[in-house]
Design a protein around this ligand. Structure first.
Ligand SMILES: Cc1cc2nc3c(=O)[nH]c(=O)nc-3n(C[C@H](O)[C@H](O)[C@H](O)COP(=O)(O)OP(=O)(O)OC[C@H]3O[C@@H](n4cnc5c(N)ncnc54)[C@H](O)[C@@H]3O)c2cc1C
Length: 582
């Protein structure tokens, strides 16, 4: 058994994990990542990071907090939104001081641009709040933080795959991970563990998410009895490249791009006159699907899967396109062979972001029930966590800020607990690696099918029946299909016996994680008989605060499947739920 002992083990080296690592100068820290750190999905973030700096025009954190609450359709925990909006400002300056090359105003301050749902004076009109580095903000964040982590001598375990969470005496004792390089199983014994493992967009067939976004951390926690919160709230970003899903950032619309239907109409002006293309993503995605269903998609078939609409940047002019949107216009050239300077770009909604995840309190401590009971020593931050600042729908640029604000808070809380000796090593459970070894052996000795068909069927059914629009009948069919796929998965076979870079084994483990996340998502969606934010039920088109102003907690049955859905109240401080008009 390969055994390691660290004060803190952080799983995930995206923005959230690295930000947490940076807060622990006096602790021994290991950062475990299944991909090389700078390949984490944070590096793909394009548009920017929100903070009410007020560099371009008047802005206040209270406005940012309000937009976050309203954007999340009032399912946001408002104490968390307050922390987000307030601490965003400091966190962004911290990144600047580490050397992040933000775009600048003429007088040398951080430049800011518009993004969907971010407004001045409680909804009066768009405001410039997104700090950015061209359309590669996440890349710059990740590079800057990784360099700083190296400078601070953080110990990285790259190409290690998290397989299990160790809990003993009601406390977190560490994790188990598989070394992709040589197939060895390692135990990491720690006083505190932080999961920063990102999202699970790969559960859908059209997605903006990288191959590695397979919900591993969420699924590992869920299998160890920790509930998953609000999984039914999954965001579809309106502008994915047609058929491919690769993202064309909202930065395009922030800079003034239009959405056009087959009549050349800027249809968003009809739905949301104040913000038009800059309405929150859930609304824009639904409007696109509605245009398509009503026959105004470009192919004109009325089928969500074969139709598209246009994203048009031509009127912005070549210079602005080259300066502000260089990467995403290149994506259009690469994937569609379209020249965005002279041609409109076909787009469709793409699975993008998990509002839900592992429930935490404001310090990033994981909580295991509706009474907010913490699991001592276990933390989560970033997309895999649900604190909940995004409620039913996240605003653009609010994820990067969530990573840096709550990654930082988790790290700082651990540092404080370590300093006061409030965290210590819990004893390791007996034979900590047995579950991992058994699972891997079973996959090698199974005689069933290989994973490809199961994965494709899952992604197709999730896209079709648990996407932008949902119905009870569709969700029931989806649930039955996921249960069938789980059953087939139990006998799935890994054909490659190798212990060196066995990517087939990795993909099979990831598929198991995706199926668990999908199962919790569908159960929450079926039970939530209302429409709110990213969860739209055609059979219950209205928001129902009387019955559903509450967070879902999905618990797994030991035998598989969702054992129970429980509910947790929403924290409301400043802003009483109102109808969401834009
Ligand atoms: C294309 C795209 C563009 C985006 N643009 C923006 C934007 O402009 N603004 C914004 O605010 N948000 C944006 N987002 C959302 C935002 O980028 C993500 O939500 C965020 O970066 C997630 O960061 P994270 O640190 O939580 O996880 P990630 O950056 O996804 O990192 C996850 C880490 O966990 C590790 N990991 C996962 N599973 C395992 C395992 N089993 N074992 C070991 N390690 C594991 C991975 O190796 C990785 O290091 C965008 C997202 C996408 C997909």
């Amino acid at each position: 058994m390969a055994y390691h002992k660290f004060d803190v083990v952080i799983v995930g080296s995206g923005g959230a994990g690295l930000m947490a690592a940076m807060q622990l100068p006096n602790a021994s820290i290991a950062v475990i990542s299944k991909v090389y750190p700078t390949r984490s999905h944070t590096g793909a973030a394009q548009g920017g990071v929100a903070a009410a700096l007020g560099n371009q025009e008047e802005d206040h954190w209270q406005w940012h907090m309000y937009d976050t609450v309203k954007g999340g359709d009032y399912l946001v925990d408002q104490d968390a939104a307050e922390v987000l909006a307030q601490e965003a400002i400091d966190a962004v300056y911290e990144l600047e001081h580490w050397g992040l090359p933000f775009n600048r105003t003429d007088d040398g301050r951080i430049d800011q641009r518009r993004f969907g749902g971010h407004t001045r004076n409680f909804g009066e009109g768009p405001v410039r709040r997104s700090c950015y580095a061209a359309d590669r903000t996440g890349h710059m964040i990740l590079q800057t933080m990784y360099q700083t982590a190296i400078k601070n001598q953080v110990r990285f375990f790259n190409e290690f795959f998290l397989t299990d969470l160790l809990i003993s005496d009601g406390r977190c004792a560490g994790v188990v991970a598989y070394s992709i390089r040589d197939g060895e199983v390692h135990t990491f014994h720690a006083k505190a563990v932080v999961f920063a493992t990102g999202g699970y967009g790969r559960a859908w067939s059209i997605t903006s998410n990288a191959l590695a976004c397979t919900g591993d951390g969420m699924a590992v926690a869920y299998r160890r009895g920790i509930p998953l919160e609000d999984m039914e709230f999954y965001q579809f970003h309106p502008t994915g490249i047609y058929r491919v899903g690769v993202l064309l950032s909202e930065a395009a619309r922030g800079e003034g791009a239009y959405l056009l239907n087959n009549e050349g109409e800027r249809f968003m002006q009809r739905y949301t006159p104040t913000l038009a293309e800059l309405a929150p993503r859930d609304i824009v995605s639904r409007c696109i699907v509605t245009e398509i269903r009503e026959g105004r998609g470009i192919a004109g078939t009325g089928e969500d899967t074969t139709d598209y609409v246009y994203l048009d940047v031509r009127h912005l002019g070549e210079q602005k396109i080259r300066e502000k949107l260089p990467d995403i216009t290149d994506f259009a050239r690469t994937y569609l062979r379209i020249e965005p300077i002279t041609e409109p770009v076909p787009i469709q909604p793409t699975a993008h972001y998990a509002m839900g995840g592992i429930p935490t309190d404001l310090e990033g401590q994981v909580i295991v029930d509706e009474n907010r009971t913490p699991l001592v020593g276990f933390y989560a931050a970033g997309e895999c966590a649900c604190v909940s600042v995004h409620g039913a729908n996240r605003l653009g640029t609010n994820s990067l800020v969530d990573l840096i604000v709550f990654g930082r808070r988790a790290g700082k809380h651990i540092a404080k607990q370590l300093a006061t000796n409030d965290l210590d090593f819990a004893p390791l459970p007996k034979d900590p690696e047995s579950a991992t070894r058994d699972a891997i052996e079973r996959l090698h000795s199974n005689t069933g099918e290989t994973e490809g068909p199961i994965r494709e069927e899952m992604r197709t059914v999730m896209m079709k029946l648990c996407g932008v629009m949902r119905t009870a009948a569709g969700l029931k069919e989806c649930q039955a299909k996921i249960a069938e796929l789980q059953e087939r998965y139990r006998n799935v076979r890994v054909t490659d016996p190798s212990t060196t870079f066995n990517t087939e084994l990795m993909e099979v483990l990831e598929l198991g994680n995706l199926l668990d996340c999908a199962e919790a998502t569908v159960a929450g969606a079926l039970a939530r008989e209302e429409s709110r934010g990213g969860h739209f039920r055609e059979d219950f088109p209205d928001r129902d605060d009387a019955n559903f102003l509450k967070h879902t907690l999905a618990y797994r049955d030991d035998e598989g499947g969702v054992k129970a859905l429980r509910y947790k109240p929403v924290t409301i401080t400043e802003f009483q739920p109102k109808e969401r008009k834009y």
